[in-house]
Each structure stands twice: as C-alpha cells, then as structure tokens.
Design a protein around this ligand. Structure first.
Ligand SMILES: Nc1ncnc2c1ncn2[C@@H]1O[C@H](COP(=O)(O)OP(=O)(O)OP(=O)(O)O)[C@@H](O)[C@H]1O
Length: 273
C-alpha cells in the first residue's frame, strides 16, 4: 500500500521529564576525539555524583561501548515493551553497536532508518531518572544531529570538540553555525589534542598549532571548557575501555573534572532545589 502513512512519534516530552539535562557532543570534523570527550564527560559527571546516560548516535562509527569499557555481556535487555540499557563504569549506555550482529561489518543505513533509530533510543529505552543524557553525535551536521534538534524541546546545549588546526577550525565554525540556525545553545568548546607534554622535560609542544580554539572562542563569544593534551596514555586508555577521566594519570583526569564541573555550573544554575 503505497499511500500507507508511517506513524511519526515525537518523544513524549512528559516522559523526558525524568531526564533533567540533555547535552550533545559534536564536532564539525571527524576524528578529532568527539567520542573520547563524550565518554569521559559522562564518566566525569558520574564521578561528580550525577546519574548519567550516554547515547551513541554515531551510526557508522559507534565506538562508545568499547571506549567506556563495555563488553558483549553489557547488552540491553527487554522488560515489557521497554529496553533497559546496561550500566558500564557508572554510566547507562545505548549504542547502535549493541544492536548490530558483528563488529567490523559496515552499517549501511540511509537517513530514514537513522532517524527511526534515534527516535527509538528516546521513546523505547527505559532510561529511568537521569541527571544528564550525553549524546555522542557523528561528525558534521547531517541527519542525526538534525533529527535530535528537531525532536527535542528540551536541550541544554552542545559541546563542540575541536583541535587547534586551521582545517578543524573551518569545520567547527560550521558546527557552531548549525546550532545558531537551529536556535540552540552552544555551551562551549573543548580543545582536544591541544598540546603534547614531553614526559621527560615537561615542555609543551603545540603539534597542531596554538590558539586555534582561542580565536574561535573570541569570535563566537564561547568559553573554552577544557584543553586536553594529546597523549599515548589517553589513546591506550580509550582503546582498552578504561576511560581516562577515571583510570587516567592525574594530569589527564584533571581536565575532564574541570569540564564536568564547568558543565554542572552552567547547566544546573537554574535548577530548582
Ligand atoms: N587527547 C588524545 N590523545 C591521544 N589520543 C586521542 C586523544 N583524543 C582522542 N584520541 C584517539 O583518537 C582516535 C579518534 O578519537 P575518537 O574516536 O574519539 O574521535 P571522533 O571524533 O569521535 O571520531 P569519528 O569522527 O570517527 O566519530 C581514538 O583512537 C582516540 O583514542
């Protein structure tokens, strides 16, 4: 039946009442460390005593489970009509990777399937009470962030991840302007891979350039919420499912604690007692 209408369900905004704050981690460009920041922000907020959910809507590169430390045992399970997310390292997590049969196989989905999946992640997952929902979006300003922005009345803001390089800067401007067009708030920038600190002499090397995020922050009047160094340990932490915000060296934990605290200060300032 060609004319049969597919029902379109917006998430029940009342149901979202049990999610206090929704934040999206975005980047204009791929590979800048967006999932790394999303996972570590979620862990850092949880260490600050908040109940946190993490939703991975990066359909073509869903890496969040591995980075958070999830295994095949950490699978969602069904209760009645709802799906209950597993909790990994203190964070409730849902990712497309939990619903596709084998890792390594490409996820070949067009826009409508992606938007349908995102709606299900909001409608059919039993998130229970959350202080924060962190959404890890794919790079760029495509279907996925657009769907979320159109669906949600409640949205506290985006965190935009950048690196200091000029190429990254161009794409970040696109991401910032995406939220402007959608009339949604940007909480600030996170500069990832901001510098490399020599483990021997402790000199800072600005491998990808310097002040890239600073000039953007000034241009768009946005705060830099954290500067994260590039480090082999952070990469190893994330590859082995030991998030740097908890398992990392103190100097790698610190910027994530700062990020979580700054997000809490900004987002919770209007919360009623
Ligand atoms: N500060 C850092 N120091 C060292 N390695 C890092 C750092 N941040 C991220 N990485 C590593 O860089 C790689 C890419 O990071 P990540 O997957 O978080 O990027 P992304 O922007 O989400 O990528 P994609 O565009 O594919 O979604 C990962 O191997 C990650 O461990």
């Amino acid at each position: 039946m060609a004319d049969k209408k597919i029902p379109f369900h917006l998430p029940d905004q009342n149901e979202l009442k049990n999610i206090k704050h929704i934040i999206m981690v975005m980047s204009g460009k791929g590979g800048v460390g967006k999932s790394t920041i999303a996972v570590n922000l979620a862990v850092a907020l949880s260490l600050e005593g908040r109940k946190v959910g993490l939703m991975d809507i990066d359909m073509h590169g869903p890496n969040v489970m591995r980075m958070l430390g999830g295994t095949e045992k950490d699978h969602p399970y069904q209760v009645g009509e709802k799906i209950v997310p597993p909790e990994v390292n203190g964070v409730k997590v849902i990712s497309v990777s939990q619903f596709v049969p084998e890792s390594g196989k490409p996820i070949v989905w067009r826009g409508p399937i992606k938007t349908g999946t995102i709606k299900q992640f909001f409608n059919d997952i039993e998130w229970e009470d959350l202080d924060y929902m962190i959404i890890d979006a794919p790079p760029g300003t495509g279907d996925e962030p657009l769907t979320v922005m159109q669906m949600l009345k409640k949205f506290d803001g985006a965190i935009i991840v950048t690196t200091p390089s000029e190429v990254s800067k161009d794409d970040v401007e696109r991401a910032i302007n995406f939220f402007k067009v959608m009339n949604k708030k940007v909480l600030g920038l996170v500069e990832n891979m901001a510098y490399f600190e020599c483990p021997n002499c402790h000199t800072k090397h600005y491998i990808f350039g310097k002040n890239g995020a600073k000039s953007l922050a000034e241009k768009y009047e946005l705060p830099i919420l954290a500067e994260i160094p590039i480090s082999e340990e952070i990469r190893t932490n994330m590859d082995t499912g030991k998030p740097a915000a908890y398992f990392g060296k103190p100097e790698h934990v610190a910027p994530y604690v700062q990020l979580a605290k700054r997000v809490i200060n900004e987002v919770e300032k209007d919360d009623k007692e």
